[in-house]
Ligand binder design. Structure first.
Ligand SMILES: [Zn+2]
Length: 119
Protein backbone atom coordinates (compact mmCIF):
# COMPACT_ATOMS: atom_id res chain seq x y z
CA UNK A 1 0.00 0.00 0.00
CA UNK A 2 3.12 2.11 0.00
CA UNK A 3 2.33 3.07 -3.61
CA UNK A 4 -1.07 4.50 -2.66
CA UNK A 5 0.36 7.00 -0.22
CA UNK A 6 3.02 7.87 -2.75
CA UNK A 7 0.46 8.39 -5.53
CA UNK A 8 -1.67 10.47 -3.20
CA UNK A 9 1.27 12.72 -2.37
CA UNK A 10 2.04 13.13 -6.07
CA UNK A 11 -1.54 14.05 -6.96
CA UNK A 12 -1.77 16.53 -4.10
CA UNK A 13 1.57 18.18 -4.86
CA UNK A 14 0.72 18.51 -8.56
CA UNK A 15 -2.68 20.03 -7.82
CA UNK A 16 -1.08 22.61 -5.57
CA UNK A 17 1.49 23.57 -8.18
CA UNK A 18 -1.04 23.78 -11.01
CA UNK A 19 -3.54 25.77 -8.96
CA UNK A 20 -0.82 28.17 -7.87
CA UNK A 21 -0.02 28.68 -11.55
CA UNK A 22 -3.57 29.49 -12.64
CA UNK A 23 -5.05 26.00 -12.97
CA UNK A 24 -5.48 23.80 -16.02
CA UNK A 25 -5.63 20.17 -16.98
CA UNK A 26 -2.53 18.13 -16.32
CA UNK A 27 -1.43 15.96 -19.25
CA UNK A 28 1.72 14.39 -17.90
CA UNK A 29 3.69 14.14 -14.69
CA UNK A 30 7.36 13.20 -14.80
CA UNK A 31 9.10 11.81 -11.76
CA UNK A 32 12.49 10.57 -10.64
CA UNK A 33 12.31 7.63 -8.28
CA UNK A 34 15.32 6.09 -6.59
CA UNK A 35 15.76 2.34 -6.73
CA UNK A 36 15.92 2.16 -2.94
CA UNK A 37 12.35 3.40 -2.70
CA UNK A 38 11.34 -0.03 -3.97
CA UNK A 39 8.35 1.32 -5.83
CA UNK A 40 6.46 -1.29 -7.85
CA UNK A 41 5.75 0.45 -11.19
CA UNK A 42 2.46 -1.31 -11.90
CA UNK A 43 1.22 -0.65 -8.38
CA UNK A 44 2.10 3.03 -8.61
CA UNK A 45 0.35 3.43 -11.98
CA UNK A 46 -2.68 1.57 -10.63
CA UNK A 47 -2.88 3.76 -7.53
CA UNK A 48 -2.33 6.93 -9.53
CA UNK A 49 -5.12 6.05 -11.98
CA UNK A 50 -7.56 5.58 -9.11
CA UNK A 51 -6.56 8.65 -7.12
CA UNK A 52 -6.42 11.06 -10.06
CA UNK A 53 -10.18 10.72 -10.68
CA UNK A 54 -12.00 14.02 -10.14
CA UNK A 55 -8.77 16.00 -9.82
CA UNK A 56 -6.89 18.28 -12.19
CA UNK A 57 -4.89 15.17 -13.05
CA UNK A 58 -7.80 13.06 -14.29
CA UNK A 59 -6.34 13.06 -17.83
CA UNK A 60 -2.72 12.79 -16.75
CA UNK A 61 -0.28 10.03 -17.50
CA UNK A 62 2.59 9.22 -15.20
CA UNK A 63 6.12 8.62 -16.33
CA UNK A 64 9.33 8.30 -14.39
CA UNK A 65 12.94 7.41 -14.55
CA UNK A 66 14.51 5.14 -12.00
CA UNK A 67 17.68 6.35 -10.32
CA UNK A 68 20.16 3.55 -9.69
CA UNK A 69 21.25 2.99 -6.11
CA UNK A 70 24.83 3.86 -5.21
CA UNK A 71 26.28 3.59 -1.72
CA UNK A 72 29.65 4.49 -0.19
CA UNK A 73 31.55 2.16 2.12
CA UNK A 74 32.06 3.63 5.59
CA UNK A 75 35.45 1.95 5.92
CA UNK A 76 37.22 2.65 2.65
CA UNK A 77 34.88 5.07 0.85
CA UNK A 78 34.51 2.82 -2.19
CA UNK A 79 31.29 3.55 -4.03
CA UNK A 80 29.33 0.59 -5.32
CA UNK A 81 25.91 -0.60 -6.34
CA UNK A 82 24.32 -2.61 -3.54
CA UNK A 83 23.06 -5.99 -4.70
CA UNK A 84 20.75 -6.99 -1.86
CA UNK A 85 19.74 -5.96 1.64
CA UNK A 86 23.21 -6.59 3.02
CA UNK A 87 25.50 -3.92 1.72
CA UNK A 88 28.91 -5.56 1.57
CA UNK A 89 31.77 -3.56 0.15
CA UNK A 90 33.29 -5.28 -2.91
CA UNK A 91 36.64 -3.69 -2.08
CA UNK A 92 37.18 -4.35 1.66
CA UNK A 93 34.23 -6.56 2.59
CA UNK A 94 32.90 -4.21 5.28
CA UNK A 95 29.19 -4.12 5.96
CA UNK A 96 27.46 -0.79 6.26
CA UNK A 97 27.45 2.09 3.84
CA UNK A 98 25.94 5.50 3.29
CA UNK A 99 23.52 6.15 0.48
CA UNK A 100 24.87 8.34 -2.32
CA UNK A 101 21.97 7.92 -4.73
CA UNK A 102 18.79 5.93 -4.95
CA UNK A 103 16.50 7.60 -2.43
CA UNK A 104 15.16 10.21 -4.83
CA UNK A 105 11.49 10.94 -4.99
CA UNK A 106 11.00 14.05 -7.04
CA UNK A 107 8.50 15.57 -9.40
CA UNK A 108 10.63 16.65 -12.36
CA UNK A 109 7.94 18.34 -14.43
CA UNK A 110 4.21 18.77 -14.77
CA UNK A 111 2.83 19.23 -18.28
CA UNK A 112 -0.40 21.22 -18.39
CA UNK A 113 -2.72 21.23 -21.42
CA UNK A 114 -1.99 24.29 -23.53
CA UNK A 115 1.73 23.79 -23.45
CA UNK A 116 2.69 25.44 -20.19
CA UNK A 117 5.16 23.62 -18.01
CA UNK A 118 5.48 24.12 -14.30
CA UNK A 119 7.45 22.56 -11.54
ZN1 LIG B 1 35.08 -0.84 1.76
Amino acid sequence: MHEFSLAEAIVRACEEVVQANGGGTVEKVSLRIGELRQVVPDALTFAFDILKTDTLLSQATLEWETVAAVVRCRQCSTQYRPKDVFWECPSCGALGADVVAGEELEIVSITVAGGRDGD
